[in-house]
Write a protein that binds this ligand. Sequence first.
Ligand SMILES: *Cc1c(COP(=O)(O)O)cnc(C)c1O
Length: 316
Amino acid sequence: MIGMDKIREAAEEIGGIVHRTPVLTSMRLNELAGNEVYLKGEHLQKTGSFKIRGASNKVLKAVRGGASHVVAASSGNHGQAVAYIAGKSGIQATIVVPEDASPVKISAIEAYGGRVVRCGLTSAERIPEALRIAKESGGVFVPPYDDPDIIAGQGTTGMEIISQVPGCEAIFVPVGGGGLAAGVVCAVKQLNPDILVIGVEPEMADDTRRSLEAGERIAIGPTGTIADGLRTSIPGELTFPILQDHLDLLITVSEKEIAAACTFLFQASKQVVEPSGAVSVAGLLSGKSGIAGRKTAAVLSGGNVSPQGFTEILKA
Ligand SMILES: *Cc1c(COP(=O)(O)O)cnc(C)c1O
C-alpha cells in the first residue's frame, strides 16, 4: 500500500501542472447501466491522459535532485506525459516506443520536444532498452507504472473522485501495468474502505486476471487489443501485490465491448475517449460486476486516438 501521505504529497507536487479534470454525467448512460454514473474525465487531462499525474510527480522530484535527462519506455501516453513534463522543466526526454505505436502518439511526443526511439513490440523489450539509454547517458529512468512515485501520482485521481462524487459506492478503473488501479485503490481504501474498486482488462490482455487467479505474476505473449495502453505483458512487481490485496474485483471485456463503449461515449456523452480509456465503461456496461443500482464512477483514462483509428472504431 502507498500511504495517503505520499498521495497527498503527490497532489501538492503536481497541483500546478495537472488539471483537476471534470466529472461528467449522461442520462442515457445511467439508464443503460442501471447506475448513477460519474465519468472522471482524464481524457481531458493535460497531454490527453492521467499519465501526466505519475510522470509529473516522478520527473519534478528528479529535476529537484539535479537530473537533466529522463528516459521512458511507453506505448504512447506515458511517453507523451514524460516528454511534456521534461520540456516544461527544461530538461531532455528520450522516449522508447513500440514499432507499432500510433503516429498520433509519436508526433505528440516529438511536439513536446521528446526524442523518440523505436524498439520491439512489448514492454519486455522496451524497458531494458530504456534502462540502457538511461545508464549510458546518466539519465533517470521513469517507469510507466512500477514505481511508488508514479503510483502515488496516479492515486491523486482516486482522491479527486472521492471529493467530486460524494456518496460514491464503486469505481471502475482500467488495468494495464496496474499503476492507475493501484494508485486509485490505495487512495480510495484509505479514505473510504467501503467503496468498491473494480479493475477492468481487455480479454486479449488479461495478464492481471491470470495473475490474480494464479496468485503470482503471470506473463502473456504480445497482444493486439485495440486498447493499446493496456498491452502490458505482465503486472508490475509493486502494483500486483497492491491489486492482489485491495482490488475488490477484476473483470475482462471483449474487443467488441470496448469498441461499443467508445461509440456510446461519443454518441451519448459527446466525448472522444480512446479504447483504453473506455474499458472502464465497457466493464460497467457488461453487467459482470453485479453492482446495479449503486452510485458509480468510471475513469475515462485517456483520449489520444487518431481520426483514422477513431473512425474504424465507430464503423465496427
Ligand atoms: C496507461 C494507460 C492505462 C493503464 O494504466 P496502467 O497504470 O498501466 O494500468 C489506461 N488507460 C490509458 C489511456 C493509459 O494511457
